[in-house]
Write a protein that binds this ligand. Structure first.
Ligand code: ZN
Ligand code: ZN
Length: 278
């Protein structure tokens, strides 16, 4: 099994509906080795259609650290990991803010994500889908590639396929062939930095719910990442409520093995740890 590196809790992530106790209970029940908590940090969050500007506020990191310590102390001594991370919502002007944030606490891992394109978050707002599929996929992945090159300090790049969850197309799963040049730039930037690619089970569950024939991450993306020297892949549920932990994980591990990966990774104290895919 795995350490799930992408989880949100209430009240620190405003869109989460699980406490840390509930998250840990759900992950333990699913047989995971551990979880990393990654609350939203979204400086200058711009989407005017988002119902609550609280997304752009910084959560109470001291309170979150106290909760983490309490939950860790309450667990039996069986090695289950409760790790501390954050999910930094990237925009190109945020490099210095990100560097400051990352240094502000002893995080285990930093998850870098992009939720906003041209000022619009597709979770709240369908504006970006006015473009054609080809144009949008190329633009989205060009931004992912630039983020992978320019962000100052991160370990894992989260949900490269975030927007596809909300796309109005019949088969919205994002494929390598949707934007080959930009995918190539993105995967090679990640591999060159030695950063990890997150495979996001929330996207997979969404694709499955939409009836997509193959809801798992595109083989070509995984194969090209490996060919370009990428070794680090993490799995994140992006959980906001209990009950989703472990879902689709065996399928994703199977897909990774088909594409030549032998290990899954997570981070402890900003250092990578590998677990074998068995
Ligand atoms: Zn996210
Ligand atoms: Zn998230």
């Amino acid at each position: 099994m795995i350490v799930d590196i992408h989880n949100h809790t209430a009240p620190h992530s405003p869109d989460a509906r699980q406490s840390l106790d509930e998250l840990v209970a759900s992950a333990r029940q699913a047989g995971l080795y551990g979880i990393m908590v990654t609350e939203h940090v979204e400086p200058d969050y711009p989407d005017p259609l988002a119902p609550d500007p609280v997304l752009s506020a910084l959560y109470d990191m001291e309170e979150a650290a106290r909760t983490l310590a309490r939950v860790r102390a309450s667990l039996p001594d069986d090695g289950f990991l409760v790790l501390s991370g954050l999910e930094f919502g990237w925009m190109p002007h945020l490099g210095l803010r990100m560097a400051d944030m990352v240094r502000s606490a002893p995080f285990d891992g930093i998850l870098l994500s992009m939720h906003v394109l041209r000022g619009h978050d597709p979770y709240f707002d369908s504006t970006i889908f006015h473009a054609s599929r080809r144009t949008l996929c190329r633009e989205w992945m060009a931004h992912q590639a630039a983020m992978a090159r320019e962000a100052p300090d991160f370990d894992i790049l989260g949900h490269y396929d975030y927007f596809s969850r909300y796309a109005p197309w019949e088969d919205p799963r994002l494929r390598y062939d949707d934007a080959p040049d930009e995918m190539e730039a993105f995967l090679s930037a990640l591999a060159t930095r030695g950063a990890a690619l997150e495979l996001n089970t929330r996207t997979v569950l969404r694709m499955e719910a939409l009836g997509v024939a193959d809801p798992l991450p595109d083989r070509r993306i995984l194969e090209r990442f490996r060919e370009l020297g990428g070794e680090r892949v993490c799995i994140g549920s992006d959980s906001h409520e209990p009950g989703v932990h472990g879902k689709k994980v065996p399928d994703i591990l199977g897909r990774m093995a088909e594409c030549g990966f032998r290990h899954i990774c997570h981070y402890v104290g900003r250092e990578v740890r590998f677990l074998p895919i068995s």
